[in-house]
Design a protein around this ligand. Structure first.
Ligand code: NAG
Ligand code: NAG
Length: 124
């Protein structure tokens, strides 16, 4: 009986990796859509991204769909994620950029309302 289970498990694993491979490969990467709008956060591969990402590309880019479906654009200045106010950091609510917690005294802001949970930020 144990032998059967082992075989079944191996089969299921195989099927899983085949499906994963297929999903990876069925994404068609369309040409850049310059007038598209970045969607944040977006899911690409197994990561959640709150801002334009570099990846293997030459320039930073973003996905135009919540889950990457092959639609993308390179990020221009105005495409990068912007500060979200107010945001929650430690025990305080911030309505503007702050240098709290920054070792270099540089102002930063959160890219989501809850920095404590999401921990994504940028310099202001
Ligand atoms: C996807 O997850 C695996 C295992 O958790 C990790 O090793 C890998 O770096 C992740 N890939 C990306 C693109 O985040
Ligand atoms: C993804 O976003 C693009 C650009 O906004 C849109 O044209 C396209 O229909 C979307 N695709 C899906 C599958 O949602």
């Amino acid at each position: 009986m144990a032998w059967h289970w082992g075989l079944l498990l191996a089969w299921v694993c195989l099927l899983h990796s085949a499906v994963a491979l297929l999903e990876e490969e069925t994404i068609t990467h369309f040409p850049e859509i310059r007038d598209g709008e970045c969607v944040f956060p977006f899911y690409y591969k197994n990561g959640t991204h709150y801002d334009c990402i570099k990846g293997k590309a030459k320039h930073k880019w973003c996905s135009l769909n919540e889950t990457y479906k092959g639609y993308w654009k390179y990020c221009a200045r105005e495409d990068f994620a912007s500060c979200v106010f107010p945001f929650w950091y430690r025990r305080l609510i911030y309505w503007e950029c702050t240098d709290d917690g920054n070792a270099f005294g540089r102002k930063w802001c959160s890219l989501t309302q809850n920095f404590n949970k999401d921990r994504v930020w940028k310099y202001c």
